[in-house]
Design a protein around this ligand. Structure first.
Ligand code: B1M
Length: 212
């Protein structure tokens, strides 16, 4: 790993909020690909943070500040991922399910989808089915993308799909799911149309789902 990527990684882990954007800018100037900055510099740092949290070496406040540091880093890469396409490939509603406030992964998926020419309507975190139904009715998206990071909120994906079925909306959209505890088999089990392991897979899947 390049020296700058390593420093980005360290800055997220050690919560150096004041330094992260300068480091990301330096990586960009050094010609390091945005995908590498995101994956090797930023995302891999969150795995270390997750391990430290599991081992009780850090607690929620520290985890939160690392998350904020990562967000600042992502903000600096975002302009590089903008698509040149003027015609959107399709519209995607994206959100983190009810009860879950993790949004770093969802935001990366959003950035990559936008960078690939999709129009993304981000409904944020802790998304209720009521709000979702209202927005699907109004926006008529091609795809709904749901994210969940907690084993306790994964069942919300199933509930959401069931409710959309009951409201007659399920067949009108494709549904893709993702998030660390989610898997292909879980996606199949709950009746989603596909699962993306990471943001790059989410883009490939979205294209496949609507044939663009
Ligand atoms: Co939370 N947290 N957290 N947390 N947190 C985890 C998820 C945990 C695994 C940590 C641990 O114990 N090791 C654990 C869950 C355990 C479990 O469910 N079995 C956990 C816990 C327990 C909790 C709390 C309950 C802690 C507490 O309060 N006691 C609490 C819950 C709050 C809630 O949601 N109700 C909580 C809170 C928080 C913070 C607020 C402090 C913060 C979130 C800040 C934020 O998101 N704005 C936080 C963080 C940062 C984490 C870890 C450390 C990092 C998550 C992350 O951002 N990863 C996490 C440990 C870990 O994952 N290693 C942990 C980086 C991100 C890029 O990856 O989100 O997986 P990820 O997204 C990837 C893919 O999954 C995929 O693409 C992304 C990019 O490649 N993807 C999709 C994601 N969504 C997709 C959607 C798609 C397709 C692909 O299609 C639609």
């Amino acid at each position: 790993m390049s020296d700058t990527l390593q420093q980005i990684n360290d800055a997220v882990i050690t919560r150096k909020r004041a330094e992260i954007q300068g480091l990301v800018t330096r990586a960009i100037e050094e010609g390091i690909e945005p995908k590498l900055i995101i994956e090797d510099g930023l995302i891999s740092a969150m795995d270390v943070i997750g391990k430290q949290f599991s081992d009780s070496d850090i607690f929620v406040p520290e985890m939160l500040v690392s998350a904020l540091t990562m967000k600042l880093g992502l903000d600096s890469v975002k302009p590089l991922l903008k698509s040149e396409d003027s015609e959107p490939k399709g519209t995607i509603i994206l959100g983190t399910v009810k009860g879950d406030i993790h949004d770093i992964g969802k935001n990366i998926v959003k950035m990559m989808l936008e960078g690939s020419g999709f129009e993304v309507v981000d409904l944020g975190v802790d998304l209720t089915v009521e709000k979702l139904v209202e927005q699907i009715d109004t926006i008529r998206p091609d795809i709904l993308g749901l994210s969940a990071l907690l084993t306790t909120t994964m069942p919300e994906m199933k509930n959401t799909i069931q409710e959309l079925q009951e409201k007659g909306l399920r067949e009108k959209i494709k549904i893709m799911v993702g998030g660390a505890p989610v898997s292909n088999s879980f996606a199949e089990e709950i009746g989603a149309d596909g699962y993306g392991a990471d943001a790059a897979e989410a883009v490939v899947l979205a294209r496949k789902l609507i044939g663009v």
